[in-house]
Design a protein. Structure first.
Length: 207
Protein backbone atom coordinates (compact mmCIF):
# COMPACT_ATOMS: atom_id res chain seq x y z
CA UNK A 1 0.00 0.00 0.00
CA UNK A 2 1.73 3.15 -1.24
CA UNK A 3 0.50 6.73 -0.86
CA UNK A 4 2.75 9.46 -2.25
CA UNK A 5 2.94 13.04 -1.02
CA UNK A 6 0.37 12.49 1.71
CA UNK A 7 -0.78 15.51 3.72
CA UNK A 8 -3.47 15.81 6.38
CA UNK A 9 -5.07 19.00 7.66
CA UNK A 10 -7.70 19.55 10.34
CA UNK A 11 -9.25 22.94 9.67
CA UNK A 12 -6.22 25.25 9.44
CA UNK A 13 -3.90 22.90 11.38
CA UNK A 14 -1.49 20.74 9.37
CA UNK A 15 -1.06 17.36 11.06
CA UNK A 16 0.96 15.57 8.38
CA UNK A 17 2.87 17.40 5.67
CA UNK A 18 3.89 15.70 2.43
CA UNK A 19 4.87 12.22 3.65
CA UNK A 20 5.47 9.25 1.37
CA UNK A 21 3.82 6.21 2.93
CA UNK A 22 4.45 2.53 2.28
CA UNK A 23 2.61 -0.03 4.40
CA UNK A 24 3.40 -3.72 3.97
CA UNK A 25 1.14 -6.72 3.32
CA UNK A 26 1.29 -9.67 5.69
CA UNK A 27 2.93 -7.64 8.45
CA UNK A 28 1.83 -5.44 11.33
CA UNK A 29 2.58 -1.82 10.45
CA UNK A 30 2.93 0.02 13.76
CA UNK A 31 2.35 3.79 13.64
CA UNK A 32 3.67 5.21 16.92
CA UNK A 33 3.05 8.74 18.09
CA UNK A 34 2.44 10.90 21.12
CA UNK A 35 -1.05 11.99 22.12
CA UNK A 36 -2.31 14.93 20.10
CA UNK A 37 -0.17 14.50 16.98
CA UNK A 38 -3.10 13.35 14.82
CA UNK A 39 -2.95 9.55 14.94
CA UNK A 40 -6.70 9.05 15.20
CA UNK A 41 -7.40 11.68 12.58
CA UNK A 42 -5.00 9.84 10.29
CA UNK A 43 -6.93 6.60 10.89
CA UNK A 44 -10.24 8.31 10.10
CA UNK A 45 -8.80 9.89 6.96
CA UNK A 46 -7.65 6.50 5.67
CA UNK A 47 -11.02 4.95 6.45
CA UNK A 48 -13.09 7.71 4.83
CA UNK A 49 -10.71 7.91 1.87
CA UNK A 50 -10.71 11.68 2.27
CA UNK A 51 -7.47 12.01 0.33
CA UNK A 52 -8.86 10.10 -2.67
CA UNK A 53 -6.36 7.29 -3.10
CA UNK A 54 -7.37 3.98 -4.61
CA UNK A 55 -8.56 1.93 -1.61
CA UNK A 56 -12.23 2.92 -1.52
CA UNK A 57 -14.56 0.49 0.27
CA UNK A 58 -11.67 -1.80 1.21
CA UNK A 59 -10.91 -0.61 4.75
CA UNK A 60 -12.02 -1.69 8.22
CA UNK A 61 -11.39 0.70 11.11
CA UNK A 62 -11.49 -0.51 14.71
CA UNK A 63 -11.34 2.34 17.21
CA UNK A 64 -13.13 3.79 20.23
CA UNK A 65 -15.65 5.18 17.73
CA UNK A 66 -16.43 1.71 16.31
CA UNK A 67 -19.57 0.21 17.83
CA UNK A 68 -21.30 -3.12 18.23
CA UNK A 69 -24.82 -3.51 19.69
CA UNK A 70 -24.87 -3.50 23.50
CA UNK A 71 -28.50 -4.57 23.95
CA UNK A 72 -27.99 -8.09 22.58
CA UNK A 73 -26.01 -11.02 23.99
CA UNK A 74 -22.70 -12.24 22.63
CA UNK A 75 -24.61 -15.42 21.67
CA UNK A 76 -26.89 -13.33 19.42
CA UNK A 77 -23.92 -11.49 17.91
CA UNK A 78 -21.97 -14.67 17.17
CA UNK A 79 -25.03 -16.31 15.57
CA UNK A 80 -25.43 -13.26 13.33
CA UNK A 81 -21.76 -13.33 12.35
CA UNK A 82 -21.92 -17.06 11.59
CA UNK A 83 -24.85 -16.54 9.21
CA UNK A 84 -23.14 -13.60 7.51
CA UNK A 85 -19.54 -14.75 7.30
CA UNK A 86 -19.50 -18.53 7.78
CA UNK A 87 -18.91 -20.77 10.76
CA UNK A 88 -15.42 -22.14 10.00
CA UNK A 89 -13.63 -18.78 9.76
CA UNK A 90 -15.52 -17.39 12.74
CA UNK A 91 -14.82 -20.33 15.04
CA UNK A 92 -11.09 -20.05 14.34
CA UNK A 93 -11.10 -16.39 15.38
CA UNK A 94 -13.26 -17.14 18.45
CA UNK A 95 -10.64 -19.64 19.61
CA UNK A 96 -7.73 -17.25 19.01
CA UNK A 97 -9.44 -14.46 20.96
CA UNK A 98 -10.50 -16.78 23.81
CA UNK A 99 -14.09 -15.67 23.38
CA UNK A 100 -15.49 -19.01 24.56
CA UNK A 101 -14.80 -17.84 28.12
CA UNK A 102 -17.33 -15.00 27.76
CA UNK A 103 -20.77 -15.63 29.29
CA UNK A 104 -22.93 -15.69 26.16
CA UNK A 105 -26.15 -15.16 28.12
CA UNK A 106 -25.16 -11.65 29.27
CA UNK A 107 -25.99 -8.52 27.33
CA UNK A 108 -22.87 -7.11 25.67
CA UNK A 109 -23.41 -3.87 27.57
CA UNK A 110 -22.86 -5.74 30.86
CA UNK A 111 -19.53 -7.30 29.82
CA UNK A 112 -16.10 -6.01 30.83
CA UNK A 113 -14.27 -3.55 28.58
CA UNK A 114 -11.85 -6.27 27.53
CA UNK A 115 -14.65 -8.67 26.58
CA UNK A 116 -16.41 -5.95 24.59
CA UNK A 117 -13.18 -5.13 22.79
CA UNK A 118 -12.62 -8.76 21.80
CA UNK A 119 -16.17 -8.99 20.41
CA UNK A 120 -15.62 -5.74 18.51
CA UNK A 121 -12.41 -7.11 17.03
CA UNK A 122 -14.18 -10.34 16.07
CA UNK A 123 -16.98 -8.42 14.33
CA UNK A 124 -14.77 -6.09 12.32
CA UNK A 125 -12.15 -8.67 11.33
CA UNK A 126 -14.97 -10.78 9.92
CA UNK A 127 -15.53 -8.06 7.31
CA UNK A 128 -12.42 -9.49 5.63
CA UNK A 129 -11.25 -6.18 4.19
CA UNK A 130 -7.78 -5.97 2.67
CA UNK A 131 -6.76 -3.00 4.84
CA UNK A 132 -7.39 -3.19 8.59
CA UNK A 133 -6.71 -0.13 10.73
CA UNK A 134 -6.44 -0.57 14.50
CA UNK A 135 -6.60 2.67 16.47
CA UNK A 136 -5.43 2.27 20.09
CA UNK A 137 -7.28 -1.04 20.48
CA UNK A 138 -5.17 -2.20 23.45
CA UNK A 139 -5.48 1.08 25.34
CA UNK A 140 -6.64 0.85 28.99
CA UNK A 141 -7.14 -2.94 28.94
CA UNK A 142 -5.77 -5.43 31.46
CA UNK A 143 -2.52 -7.23 30.61
CA UNK A 144 -4.17 -10.60 30.02
CA UNK A 145 -6.62 -9.19 27.47
CA UNK A 146 -3.87 -7.18 25.77
CA UNK A 147 -1.79 -10.36 25.41
CA UNK A 148 -4.73 -12.27 23.90
CA UNK A 149 -5.42 -9.48 21.40
CA UNK A 150 -1.74 -9.20 20.47
CA UNK A 151 -1.48 -12.96 19.89
CA UNK A 152 -4.61 -12.83 17.73
CA UNK A 153 -3.28 -9.99 15.56
CA UNK A 154 0.07 -11.74 15.05
CA UNK A 155 -1.61 -15.01 14.09
CA UNK A 156 -4.06 -13.25 11.78
CA UNK A 157 -1.23 -11.39 10.02
CA UNK A 158 0.75 -14.62 9.54
CA UNK A 159 -2.28 -16.41 8.08
CA UNK A 160 -3.38 -13.52 5.84
CA UNK A 161 -0.36 -12.38 3.87
CA UNK A 162 -2.52 -10.36 1.48
CA UNK A 163 -3.80 -8.04 4.24
CA UNK A 164 -2.37 -4.68 5.26
CA UNK A 165 -2.67 -4.24 9.05
CA UNK A 166 -1.98 -0.74 10.39
CA UNK A 167 -1.73 -0.58 14.19
CA UNK A 168 -1.90 3.02 15.44
CA UNK A 169 -0.71 3.15 19.02
CA UNK A 170 1.20 4.82 21.82
CA UNK A 171 1.44 1.51 23.70
CA UNK A 172 5.09 0.42 23.51
CA UNK A 173 4.18 -3.15 24.45
CA UNK A 174 2.51 -3.45 21.02
CA UNK A 175 5.90 -2.91 19.39
CA UNK A 176 7.77 -5.10 21.88
CA UNK A 177 5.34 -8.04 21.60
CA UNK A 178 4.27 -7.90 17.94
CA UNK A 179 7.09 -7.91 15.36
CA UNK A 180 6.43 -5.88 12.26
CA UNK A 181 7.28 -2.61 10.56
CA UNK A 182 7.73 0.60 12.51
CA UNK A 183 6.62 4.15 11.71
CA UNK A 184 6.88 7.29 13.80
CA UNK A 185 4.39 10.15 13.47
CA UNK A 186 6.13 13.28 14.71
CA UNK A 187 7.08 16.74 13.45
CA UNK A 188 4.21 16.49 10.92
CA UNK A 189 5.82 13.51 9.17
CA UNK A 190 5.37 9.74 9.18
CA UNK A 191 8.87 8.26 9.12
CA UNK A 192 9.71 4.56 8.75
CA UNK A 193 12.29 3.05 11.13
CA UNK A 194 14.26 -0.12 10.52
CA UNK A 195 14.97 -0.60 14.23
CA UNK A 196 12.37 -1.24 16.91
CA UNK A 197 14.78 -0.20 19.65
CA UNK A 198 15.61 3.06 17.87
CA UNK A 199 11.99 4.13 17.40
CA UNK A 200 11.21 3.34 21.05
CA UNK A 201 14.25 5.32 22.15
CA UNK A 202 13.27 8.35 20.03
CA UNK A 203 9.69 8.13 21.28
CA UNK A 204 10.74 8.04 24.94
CA UNK A 205 13.23 10.90 24.51
CA UNK A 206 10.98 13.19 22.49
CA UNK A 207 10.09 16.41 24.33
Amino acid sequence: MIIKNYSLKLKSNTLIDNSNLKFYQGEINHVLGKNGVGKSQFAIDLYLNSSHYDIKNDVSLISSMSNIPKDITSHDLINFLQKKFGKEQLNHMIKLLNINNIDRSLLIGKLSDGQKQKLKILSFFCEDKNIIILDEITNALDKSTVSEIQRFIMTYANLNKDKVIINITHNLSDLRNMPGRYFYLHNKLIEEYSSKDRIIEDYINED
